[in-house]
Design a binder for this molecule. Structure first.
Ligand code: ADP
Ligand code: MG
Length: 698
């Protein structure tokens, strides 16, 4: 039975109105879409559990117990009521953070209660937070094992609550005349002991037991991740064997002279290793597609420069793209500086490059006399024709869309090598899923002598003390960033905050003799650049800004990053911002200013920032807090990471098994041509028909 050819609108439980709602809210049109809308949790009301058999792995369960103790614990926001429940086999804590006056009034020590909730572990004690609790009347009904579905407000208003969804799922199963078509070969199901698709989908919606749900969910998640891996690894394999690239076989004059005479500092071990990896790739005769991950300040720029010199040594041109004009200009300056004594022509092309200059650059690109081009998106304009570009470096990749990269790609008959550099660490699981076909290099070492940035959390009610601290740093000759949130470029409110902030800062520091500059996205490029120049030159000592300075900007004398309304920033943004300081030899500081009342997630973000400088740890926390779909870069990457069942934050173990399984199959049958793999080939084709092209791009 092909469940992707049957439409829910035809079901009596749905109809046109609800069908529209389901499509809008869940993107569900077919039976298949609907069946993959899986419950987010299950409640087990089939029986009473004994406290001794409870574990944190169980879903919501019910127990029958007496309350033996009741006490108030803690202070402030952590203040709570704890009741100890005992059923003769063990005890557990019931915890309320609010509404506990009501609870206290209702609990009596001599009565038996039915307690319903999700067991968790806290300080090695079993715990149920905000349980449902009612007096046991001797005949409480056991009402089975139920699925609960995620719903939106709009769905609820359209009477599509969890129960209604369950009704639709039941209706789908009633209408199926045959079993749902299997999507994995029989030998594979046997090998990994997986239930049939039909049974798995049924069990997920109408489970008989927790074990059955576990087996069913495993199958669905494993399959989902397996097919993604099979697809990615297949493409990667094919590219490695079939796609020709320019062979940078020489290491010549440019590279060696720079390395021997013009490197301003010894490379770190990690930088050397990464350059070796890139050299090996570019020399292989196959096209390189490499992702270079390195935390802010780890020294990616010089790596890029050395790779570009390698291109020059082999008679090719090279280019580097940055996401903003400020960054492009800064790269241009840095790179021209590094290559000053090397007689290399380095050009800069951005949206605001004058026409005359632009024509000169074009001519130089066409006749090959311009060897290195630094730029922004303007670089992608079709008219910019290189004579022979051999290497494209893309800095801060998450700002570039896939389509843009594709255009660059088309500039040459033989594709240039592509090096994508990012300072936004990507959690391992996500990298494997999104960029599994890229080779990855990691700079996991900072240049020597860096002192880790010290991060503080400060409430904005204590602004006076914070300003006094800034003053101390300014007196030492250092410089300061003050950053305001700007969630959307059109938010007038945010701009008002920014401008008021600027006035406040200037009002405090101007009388002390320190000048303050300001940059934000609404300014003209030239004005922005002038402000940046003044700050870089130390003419202004304080820079009030929006996140336009988030990426890449390099002013080593800046020692304080003050982030206003830090609760409004995402973790990776905060980490990027912090990376703007700590670039010189002196101690630097990042101060995260928030209001007193912030959400639990915001607090977690702030706590993470104050407790670690490790970008990878931060990325992991970020993914757990936000879910992989929201991680910066994934929306724009063109590879939707909208997993239907699996969760990259939680299912790393399953992902690893899926990678193993996929790799094993491809090793034996790279084109999935064998009879026993025919179903794999058909599924890959069906699942990825619209996405396949993206894979060639980076
Ligand atoms: P990012 O990886 O964030 O792009 P950059 O390339 O801007 O980092 O480098 C940050 C700073 O570190 C620059 O000022 C650069 O000159 C310096 N740097 C890079 N590599 C080294 C090194 N091996 N030793 C000392 N300083 C270095
Ligand atoms: Mg950089």
């Amino acid at each position: 039975m092909d469940i992707d050819q049957l439409y829910i609108v035809a079901l009596p439980e749905v109809g046109t109105k609800r069908a529209a709602l389901l499509e809008q809210e869940l993107g569900a049109r077919t039976f298949e879409d609907m069946l993959y809308h899986v419950p987010y949790r299950y409640v087990d009301r089939t029986r009473f559990y004994r406290i001794e058999e409870l574990t944190a792995a169980l879903p919501h369960v019910q127990v029958k117990a007496r309350i033996t103790r009741l006490e108030n614990v803690g202070e402030g926001p952590k203040k709570r009521l704890v009741a100890v429940a005992d059923d003769g086999t063990g005890e557990m804590d019931l915890v309320w953070f609010k509404g506990y006056k009501y609870v206290v009034g209702r609990l009596a020590p001599d009565k038996e209660y039915v307690i319903f909730g999700k067991p968790t572990l806290f300080n090695h004690r079993l715990n149920v937070v905000h349980p449902e609790i009612e007096v046991y009347d001797g005949q409480t009904k056991l009402s089975g094992f139920q699925a609960l579905y995620p719903t939106t407000e709009k769905m609820k208003r359209g009477y599509l609550n969890s129960k209604a969804i369950s009704g639709i799922q039941a209706s789908i199963f009633r209408r199926l005349q045959e079993r749902i078509g299997e999507t994995l070969p029989a030998w594979f199901l046997r090998k990994y002991r997986l239930p049939f698709l039909h049974d798995a989908l049924h069990a997920v919606h109408f489970p008989g037991s927790p074990e059955e749900v576990e087996g069913a969910l495993f199958r669905l998640k494993f399959e989902e991740l397996f097919y993604i891996q099979l697809h990615i690894l297949k493409v990667k394999f094919r590219r490695k064997t079939c796609f020709k690239g320019h062979a940078f076989s020489l290491v010549g004059e440019f590279f060696n002279r720079f390395y021997d005479h013009h490197l301003p500092f010894p490379l770190t071990g990690a930088q050397k290793r990464v350059i070796r990896e890139i050299r090996r790739d570019c020399g292989s005769g196959r096209q390189m597609n490499r992702l270079l991950q390195g935390d802010v300040g780890s020294g990616k720029t010089v790596v890029a420069v050395m790779c570009m010199l390698l291109a020059l040594d082999n008679g090719f041109q090279a280019c580097i793209m940055a996401p903003t004009e400020i960054l492009a200009a800064q790269h241009h300056e840095t790179i021209s500086g590094l290559l000053r004594e090397m007689s290399v022509n380095v050009g800069l092309l951005t949206g605001s490059t004058r026409k005359k200059e632009r024509e000169l650059i074009r001519a130089g690109l066409e006749d090959g006399s311009l060897q290195v081009l630094v730029g922004t998106h303007a670089l992608l304009e079709d008219a910019v024709g290189f004579r022979n570009v051999g290497l494209v470096v893309i800095d801060e990749q998450h700002r570039f869309g896939v389509a843009q990269r594709a255009r660059l790609w088309q500039k040459n008959a033989t594709p240039p090598h592509v090096l994508v550099m990012t300072a936004t660490p990507i959690p391992r699981t996500l990298a494997m899923t999104l960029y599994g076909d890229l080779d990855v290099s990691v700079i996991d070492e900072l240049p020597p002598g860096r002192k880790p940035v010290t991060t503080y959390h400060a409430y904005d009610s204590r602004r006076a003390e914070t300003y006094a601290f800034l003053r101390g740093e300014l007196e030492k000759g250092r410089q300061v960033y003050v950053v305001y949130p700007l969630i959307s470029e059109s938010e007038t409110m945010d701009y008002r905050n920014l401008e008021e902030g600027f006035e406040q800062v200037e009002g405090y520091f101007a009388p002390l003799g320190y000048r303050t500059g300001i940059v934000h996205g609404r300014m003209k490029a030239a004005a922005k650049e002038e402000q940046m120049r003044q700050f870089a030159a130390g003419e202004t000592r304080i820079l009030v800004a929006t996140t336009v300075i988030e990426v890449g900007v390099n002013v080593p004398n800046a020692s304080v990053m003050l982030v206003e309304s830090a609760e409004r920033f995402g973790l990776s943004q905060l980490h990027q911002l912090r990376g703007r300081v700590g670039r010189g030899g002196d101690q630097s500081y990042c101060i995260l200013m928030t209001s007193y009342k912030i959400s639990a997630d915001s607090r977690k973000r702030i706590d993470t920032m104050t407790s670690t400088n490790d970008g990878f740890v931060i990325a992991e926390v970020d993914m757990k807090l936000r879910g992989p779909g929201d991680i910066e870069g994934t929306q724009q990457s063109g590879l939707s990471c909208n997993l239907r069942v699996a969760n990259l934050g939680k299912d790393e173990g399953i992902l690893n098994q899926a990678v193993q399984a996929a790799a094993g199959i491809l090793e034996d049958d790279p084109d999935l041509a064998k009879e026993e793999n025919a179903l794999f080939a058909a599924q890959v084709k069906r699942l990825f028909k619209t996405r396949v092209n993206w894979r060639y791009i980076s």
